[in-house]
Ligand binder design. Structure first.
Ligand code: ZDP
Length: 280
């Protein structure tokens, strides 16, 4: 039976979306996801996302496979695309502008805004080394501005989990970072038992950050929502930025806020439908 799919992207971070509402098991396996995500032999995407029936009283469940077939806990740009996809699927029968989505990182709540953007309650960041996870500190300690040797160079890193793990380094100029060569060395460093997403951040001002990312399981991408959230949190922990800021990524801008009131991180950004198609 032909499987229909829809391609969406958030700032060029692109995903194959599958309507999986009639079953709790993804209709595509991680092994099948790899060639589908391939940009030459397949559809081309940074990952594949399934809209599944809600678990634990939520509206829907999201699962995602990276382009290498691994399964991350969460995906910021992806959950914005998922919210738009579900709204499009529901069409006339849609009665809410907010969804409660079950993910491996807990319940995440995207909201469709009147201007077409999607604002997501990304939940609480986790900061303890044991939660990231990383061995850069003892399990109950935070990892803020600690040295990590990669490629014979010592980098000062801060680690934040947004459900998925992130390692953030502040640099003077993100353009000079040889992402292609050092990204994989961060990703597979022994200090990160679940591997890691790696962000390099240039602080332009206290409310404007410039970011480049090497994603776990996907490599260089044009944007990473969880990464932008983790980077703002890292900026606040290092007193380099305010609690809200614009994060400029190669694919465009996200607006991120770490609320002083409820401690949760809010991400606002666009999504766009690219095309629909059928798998043979
Ligand atoms: O944690 C990981 O393995 C990431 N590659 C997941 C995808 C993150 C994403 N780019 C985002 O926007 O948060 C989708």
């Amino acid at each position: 039976m032909a499987i229909e799919f829809t391609k969406y992207h958030g700032l060029g971070n692109d995903f194959i979306l599958i309507d999986n509402r009639s079953s709790s098991n993804p209709v595509i396996t991680p092994a099948q996801a790899i060639p589908l995500c391939d940009r030459h032999f397949g559809i081309g995407a940074d990952g594949i996302i399934f809209a599944l029936p809600g678990e634990n009283g939520t509206d829907y469940t999201m699962r995602i496979f990276n382009s290498d077939g691994s399964e991350p806990e969460m995906c910021g740009n992806g959950i914005r695309c998922l919210a738009r996809f579900i709204a499009d699927l529901e069409g006339e029968s849609r009665h809410a502008d907010q969804y409660r989505i079950h993910t491996l990182a807990g319940v995440i709540t995207p909201q469709l805004m009147a201007d077409g953007q999607v604002k997501v309650d990304m939940g609480l960041p986790q900061l303890l080394a044991g939660e990231i996870p990383t061995t850069l500190s003892t399990a109950e300690e935070k990892v803020i501005n600690l040295p990590l040797v990669v490629s014979e160079k010592s980098w000062n890193v801060t680690c934040v989990s947004m459900g998925n793990p992130h390692c953030i380094t502040f640099v003077d100029d993100v353009e000079t970072i040889p992402l292609e060569s050092i990204g994989p060395k961060f990703e597979h460093h022994l200090a990160f038992p679940q591997r890691i997403n790696t962000e390099f951040i240039q602080v332009v001002s206290r409310d404007y950050l410039k970011m480049r990312v090497w994603e776990r399981g996907a490599g260089i991408t044009l944007a990473c929502g969880t990464g932008a959230c983790a980077s703002l949190v890292a900026g606040v922990l290092n007193d380099k930025c305010d609690r809200s800021a614009t994060v400029e990524l190669p694919g465009g801008n996200l607006y991120i806020e770490w609320s002083a009131t409820d401690g949760r991180v809010y991400m606002t950004g666009p999504t766009e439908l690219a095309f629909t198609g059928k798998l043979p």
